[in-house]
Design a protein around this ligand. Structure first.
Ligand SMILES: Nc1ncnc2c1ncn2[C@@H]1O[C@H](COP(=O)(O)OP(=O)(O)OP(=O)(O)O)[C@@H](O)[C@H]1O
Ligand SMILES: [Mg+2]
Length: 280
């Protein structure tokens, strides 16, 4: 009996690209910021954040999973000139108070040894020195805050407190899903909350925006923009309600199924089958 060899993921990738004439896989998580989907809701939020940071203020972005918060933080980081900012992106999930401080200390070039109290002082001193001697503004981009321990986030109040709040030295932009909003209201985080000059959000894409997004992602990989027929677009929107990450997963699976069936265009039927596989 001849057993069929399982097809390696790389082969599948190559076959999918060849089938649709793409030079890369579409809808992947790796996305260079230059290739992002330009849309006022992202661009305006990034610009608002940039201006706040310019004035040494702090902010938060609170929105559901998969709506583009991390991409917004990365876009902001890229938008800030390195000669003027010392910006550090970090995920706060599961970090202890000490590890949180150590990561910040390392990022800004402070000594990262010692216990919590000493670390906080080293961070504050280094932030002052960055400003005074190198004219660099420290900025902390802290992602996945909804998964942080409240006592860890509470450190931000201490770290960003200079001369009883009379001077603004460190800016921070927090990002997280809905529970972050509740956390900021409770859990002894009112002081952190008060430091936030803006709490921005991101909404789901509309029907037309969802189609624009899909076509943008196809264009990026050299594809025809009509690989999905109008009913397929409708089915994708209905299934995902315009959530970017959900669109990525579903559109990708639909293309794989279409390619497997030898179809050059994905229709609503293939999207429905893909949906059952992605979210069984
Ligand atoms: N502006 C954009 N342009 C193109 N693709 C985007 C953009 N924003 C988000 N995406 C796509 O959507 C996916 C989800 O975005 P992102 O990781 O930023 O969501 P998130 O809100 O941080 O989700 P989570 O709360 O789960 O961390 C990304 O992997 C990327 O593929
Ligand atoms: Mg994220």
């Amino acid at each position: 009996m001849v057993t069929a060899k399982p097809i390696a993921p790389d082969t599948r990738r190559t076959e999918l690209c060849a089938h649709f004439g793409l030079h890369h896989l579409p809808f992947t998580r790796e996305l260079s910021i230059a290739d992002r989907f330009r849309h006022p809701q992202y661009d305006e939020l990034v610009e608002d954040l940039r201006q706040l940071v310019e004035h040494r203020l702090s902010a938060a972005v609170i929105a559901p999973a998969g709506t583009g918060k991390t991409v917004v933080l990365r876009t902001l980081k890229e938008a800030l000139p390195e000669a003027r900012y010392r910006a550090h992106y970090m995920k706060v999930t599961d970090l202890s108070k000490r590890d949180f401080c150590r990561e910040i200390a390392t990022a800004i070039g402070a000594k990262s040894a010692g216990y919590y109290g000493a670390l906080v002082r080293q961070i504050q001193n280094r932030c002052e020195a960055l400003m005074a001697t190198e004219s660099l503004r420290p900025l902390l981009l802290i992602d996945e805050c909804h998964d942080a321990r409240p006592d860890v986030l509470a450190i931000l109040r201490v770290i960003s407190n200079f001369e009883m709040d009379s001077r603004l030295v460190v800016s921070m932009v927090l990002a997280g899903q809905g529970p972050l909003r509740t956390m900021l209201r409770r859990d002894n985080l009112e002081d952190v909350s008060r430091r936030l000059a803006l709490v921005g959000t991101l909404r789901l894409l509309s029907r037309n925006e969802t189609q624009d997004y899909i076509e943008h992602r196809l264009r990026l990989v050299g594809g025809q923009t009509d690989l999905f027929d109008p009913h397929a677009h409708e089915a994708i929107f209905e299934a995902t309600q315009g959530n970017l990450r959900a669109i990525d997963s579903l559109a990708m699976r639909a293309l794989q199924l279409a390619a497997g069936a030898g179809d050059k265009i994905a229709d609503a039927g293939v999207v429905t089958r893909a949906r059952a596989q992605v979210w069984p």
